[in-house]
Write a protein that binds this ligand. Structure first.
Ligand SMILES: C=CC1=C(C)c2cc3[nH]c(cc4nc(cc5[nH]c(cc1n2)c(C)c5CCC(=O)O)C(CCC(=O)O)=C4C)c(C)c3C=C
Ligand SMILES: [Fe+2]
Length: 498
C-alpha cells in the first residue's frame, strides 16, 4: 500500500530501452514464457471424468516438454519492463506447450472461444447419490415426495433431489440443498483505528499472507505494525466508506444477492469474508442448516494465489474439520483466462474508456502485488496476472492504446512483483505521458486498494509528476457484465448438481 512502516516506495521504474521493448510486445512475450506444466496436472486431478476427457482432448495436440526441460531453464521470461524474473516452474521451449502455450495455435483457440466456441457441454452425471444416508432402509432418501427440483431424474440427467421420506419418529432432516458461498478478502467492521487493528491482526497473522516464521513475525506485527498502521489505514478507509459500509463488503453482498436472483431457488447463495465478518465458518454452517449438502466455495479471485484462494479453502477446511456430517465441497477454480471473464472485462473497460472525456495514451492494468519470492516458490499468481493482461489487451484491440501491467499495494520491506504501479505512474508522467487511465482487473469489487490507492493517491502521483488527465476505471462489481460472467462460471462449476 505504500503506507506505514517499511512501506517505502520501490526503486525507479523501467529503464528506457526496456520500456521500448515492452511497447514492442516484450510484455506479451513475458507472460507467454511463464509456463506451468504441473498446474495442469493439478487441475486434471480436480476434474470429473467427463471433463477430464475433454481437458485431455483440448491439450492433445500439444507436444510434451522434453525430459530435460524440467530443470533446464528455471530462469526465463522477461517481465513487462524486460526484467528477468524467476519462475519456479519448469521452463519449456516456446513450442513445447505448458501452462500458457505459445504459438498461434493456442492464441487462435483463445480467440476462437470468444466467438462462442466454448467447450462442449458437460456430460451430465449419474442421477442420485447412489446410496442413502442415516440408514437407507429407514430413511428412503429417494422417496417419492416431490421437491421443487425433483423433476424425475432420468439416468444420465443432472442430479436432482427428492425430499426424504422419514419415519414418523425421525428427527427432521433438511437435505438435498445446493449452496454457493461467495468469498472475498475481508475488511474492517468500521473505519476506526480499533476495528482496523482487529482486522489487520487477523489478516496479517495468516501464515499464507505473511510467510515468515511465527516467532519472528508476531513481535514485528504486534510491535511496529499494529501500533502505527491501523491509524493510517483507518484514515484511508474513511475516505472510501459508504452508507452501506466498506465498499468491498457492500459490493460482495450485492454480488451474492445478484447471483441468488440469477440462479433461482434451486441454489442458496451466501457470502463471507476470509478475514472479519461474515465469517466463512458461520456461513458454511448456515448453508448446511438450510439443508445444503453440496456447496460450491467461490473465492472471487480471478488469479490464483496461496495468499487468497488457498487460504479461503484452508478456512473452510477448518470448519469442516469440526463437523461429523460434512457437506460435499467444490471450489471455483481461478478464472484468469476464462473467456467469460476476459470478454466481460474487455467490454466493460472498453465502454468505460469510450465514456471518458479524453482519450488516454496509456492504460495501466494494475494488479495487487505479492512478494516476488512467492513467484519463485511456485505461486502461479504472477503468470495468471500477466496472462489476464495479455488477453484483455488482445480483446480490447485498441492499436492506439499502450497497455502496461503493474503491481500495487506493496507491503513491508521485501522485494515485491514489479513494476510497481506508483513508480510507473510517476515515470509515465515524467516521460511525457499526459493522459492515462488505470484499471484493476484482479479485483472483482472496488475496495480500499482501488478507490483510495489508485483513484485518490494514484491520481495525485500522476498529476504531481506532470500528467494532465487521469481516470481510474471501476471494477466489474455487481454490474450486468460482471454478474453475467459470475453466473456463467458458477453455473459451469455447479454442473451435475443443478
Ligand atoms: C503481506 C501483505 C499482503 C499480501 C501478501 C496481500 C495480498 C493480496 N491482497 C489482495 C487483495 C486485497 N488486499 C486488500 C488490503 C490489504 N492488503 C494488505 C496486505 C497484503 N495483501 C493490507 C495490509 C491491506 C489492508 C489495507 C492496508 O492497511 O493497507 C484489499 C482491500 C480490503 C478492503 O477492506 O477494501 C484487497 C481486496 C490480493 C488479491 C492479494 C494477493 C494476490
Ligand atoms: Fe492485500
Amino acid at each position: 500500500m505504500g503506507r506505514g512502516p517499511g512501506a517505502e516506495r520501490q526503486g525507479p521504474g523501467l529503464p528506457r530501452d526496456a520500456r521500448s521493448r515492452a511497447r514492442r510486445g516484450g510484455g506479451r512475450r513475458a507472460d507467454r514464457l511463464h509456463r506451468h506444466g504441473p498446474a495442469g496436472r493439478r487441475r486434471r486431478a480436480r476434474l470429473a471424468p467427463g471433463r477430464l476427457r475433454r481437458y485431455r482432448a483440448d491439450r492433445q495436440s500439444r507436444p510434451r516438454a522434453p525430459a530435460g526441460g524440467r530443470r533446464a531453464g528455471l530462469r526465463h521470461g522477461a517481465g513487462a519492463g524486460g526484467r528477468d524474473l524467476l519462475c519456479a516452474r519448469p521452463a519449456r521451449p516456446a513450442a513445447a506447450g505448458g501452462h500458457e502455450p505459445a504459438g498461434p495455435g493456442r492464441r487462435a483457440r483463445d480467440r476462437g472461444r470468444f466467438r462462442g466456441q466454448r467447450r462442449a457441454p458437460l456430460r451430465p452425471r449419474r442421477a442420485g447419490r447412489g446410496r442413502g444416508r442415516a440408514g437407507d432402509r429407514q430413511c428412503a432418501p429417494f422417496g417419492d415426495r416431490a421437491s421443487p427440483a425433483a423433476s424425475s431424474p432420468a439416468i444420465g440427467g443432472p442430479v436432482t433431489w427428492k425430499n426424504q421420506q422419514l419415519p414418523g419418529d425421525h428427527a427432521p432432516v433438511k437435505s438435498g440443498g445446493i449452496g454457493v458461498l461467495v468469498v472475498n478478502l475481508g475488511t474492517p467492521d468500521a473505519p476506526d483505528t480499533a476495528s482496523v487493528r482487529r482486522y489487520l491482526a487477523e489478516f496479517l497473522s495468516d501464515p499464507r499472507v505473511v510467510e515468515l516464521p511465527r516467532l519472528l513475525w508476531q513481535p514485528i506485527l504486534r510491535g511496529a505494525i499494529l501500533t502505527t498502521r491501523p491509524k493510517e489505514s483507518a484514515h484511508a478507509y474513511r475516505q472510501v466508506w459508504t452508507e452501506d459500509g466498506s465498499p468491498l463488503a457492500a459490493i460482495t453482498r450485492e454480488q451474492a444477492q445478484g447471483l441468488q436472483q440469477r440462479l433461482g431457488d434451486r441454489v442458496q447463495v451466501r457470502w463471507a469474508m476470509r478475514y472479519g465478518r461474515p465469517a466463512i465458518g458461520d456461513e458454511l454452517a448456515a448453508l448446511m442448516d438450510a439443508g445444503c449438502e453440496r456447496i460450491l466455495l467461490a473465492p472471487l479471485y480471478p488469479q490464483y494465489s496461496a495468499a487468497t484462494t488457498a487460504t479461503v479453502v484452508d478456512k473452510a477446511a477448518d470448519k469442516l474439520r469440526t463437523m461429523r456430517w460434512q457437506p460435499s465441497l467444490r471450489t471455483l477454480p481461478p478464472y484468469h483466462d476464462d473467456p467469460h471473464y476476459i470478454d466481460a472485462l474487455a467490454r466493460d473497460l472498453g465502454a468505460q474508456l469510450d465514456a471518458l472525456d479524453f482519450v488516454p495514451e496509456v492504460l495501466l492494468l494494475s494488479f495487487h502485488g505479492m512478494p516476488e519470492r512467492t513467484l519463485r516458490l511456485g505461486d502461479p499468481y504472477h503468470c495468471h496476472c500477466r496472462k489476464t493482461a495479455r488477453l484483455v489487451g488482445e480483446a480490447l484491440g485498441r492499436a492506439d492504446l499502450r497497455i502496461e501491467t503493474t503491481f500495487q499495494s506493496r507491503f513491508g520491506r521485501a522485494k515485491w512483483l514489479e513494476p510497481a504501479t506508483d513508480a510507473v505512474l510517476e515515470e509515465e508522467a515524467r516521460r511525457g505521458t499526459r493522459r492515462l487511465a488505470v484499471a484493476a482487473p484482479g479485483f472483482s469489487a472496488d475496495c480500499l486498494e482501488t478507490l483510495e490507492e489508485l483513484a485518490i493517491r494514484g491520481r495525485e502521483q500522476f498529476l504531481e509528476a506532470g500528467g494532465e488527465r487521469f481516470a481510474a476505471l471501476a471494477c466489474l462489481n455487481a454490474r450486468e457484465r460482471g454478474m453475467a460472467m459470475l453466473e456463467a462460471i458458477v453455473r459451469r462449476e455447479l454442473a451435475g448438481w443443478i
